[in-house]
Design a protein. Structure first.
Length: 311
């Protein structure tokens, strides 16, 4: 299986993608395109924020190493990702300092040729901790941010306790979490001027070995891109995402060939600020996928300021 994605909204992001081809692990560490529409280099004003992202991948198909669709395999994914973000108001290294935590909930319905359909599963993904978010204000309306996400090994199901992990007592389903820890450093940059938001968010993911399968995922690079213009309460624009695994996986210390994946998507962004809450929707069309599930996806993000009790 291959892989999940998880990302923290408003600064780091949360969840999704499976691939039962040339690999054995489960979920990618960064949810494709989840930071599209955000100011990647900035952090919000001091206070607590509740961010909820509802993410849909309604009709994903498996693509082989050459980017050709594999018939008969289908995946439906729904992710509910609540995030609590704290912009502390404190400075560290001359940067605004924040932190966050996310606990995504995942629904999957998977069909695999020769195995069957109706593999339905609800579960919790690995808890995501963001111990630091640092954002610097630069001249000429630029912002730059760095952060670190840590995925804990605490999800409700993984390969070790589902039939996909060799347990026939469990119904056929795609597990909801990874059986290892993830470490995801991030760098974001934004140009914010006169309602314009030009942003790029870059992620590089490292995972520990899955002790159950003795399988090690290759390192992964992901990026989310944003061009939007805000006019009054409305925001319109375009987003894009890419995902590339930079080296092959390994099993029991032996390199597994043809396990590198790639994915590119692009689509419109629209948002509305209700004051103080804001709502944003993103739709991405699949441009290219290889060695993983690919297809169109969309998300809806709600941001609710909770105030600043430390003020």
């Amino acid at each position: 299986m291959k892989k999940f994605i998880l990302a923290l909204c408003l600064s780091m992001a949360v969840v999704m993608m499976v691939t039962p081809v040339s690999a054995m692990e489960l979920w990618d560490p960064h949810l494709r395109g989840v930071d599209e529409g955000l100011a990647a280099g900035a952090i919000p004003p001091p206070g607590f924020y509740f961010v909820n992202t509802t993410y849909y991948m309604p009709n994903l198909n498996l693509y082989d190493n050459s980017g050709h669709k594999v018939p008969g395999t289908d995946l439906f994914v729904f992710v509910e990702s609540p995030v609590l973000l704290w912009s502390t108001g404190y400075k560290f290294l001359c940067a605004d300092y924040g932190m966050a935590i996310a606990q995504p909930i995942v629904y999957t319905n998977i069909t695999i040729p020769g195995v069957g359909s109706g593999g339905v599963n609800w579960g919790t993904f690995n808890t995501i901790l963001v111990p630091y978010i640092l954002s610097w204000k630069l001249p000429c309306d630029f912002r730059i941010k760095t952060a670190l996400s840590i995925g804990l090994n605490d999800g409700s199901s993984n390969l070790s306790n589902t039939i996909l992990g060799g347990n026939p007592s469990k119904p056929f389903m795609a597990p909801s979490a990874n059986d290892y820890y993830s470490f995801i450093p991030e760098v974001g940059i934004s140009w914010l001027h006169n309602g314009w938001n030009l942003s790029a968010d870059f992620f590089f993911s490292f995972e520990t070995k899955d002790q159950y399968t003795n399988y090690q995922s290759g390192n992964q690079f992901a990026a989310d891109y944003t061009i939007t213009k805000t006019c009054g309460k409305w925001t319109f624009g375009l987003g894009a995402a890419q995902y590339t695994q930079v080296n092959n996986d390994s099993s029991a210390g032996v390199t597994v060939p043809h396990t590198q994946t790639a994915m590119y998507t692009m689509g419109p962004i629209i948002g509305y600020n209700f004051g103080p809450c804001s709502l944003q929707g993103t739709y991405n069309f699949a441009l290219y996928s290889a060695n993983q599930f690919g297809g169109d996806w969309f998300l809806v993000r709600l941001v609710v300021p909770l105030g600043n009790p430390c003020k």
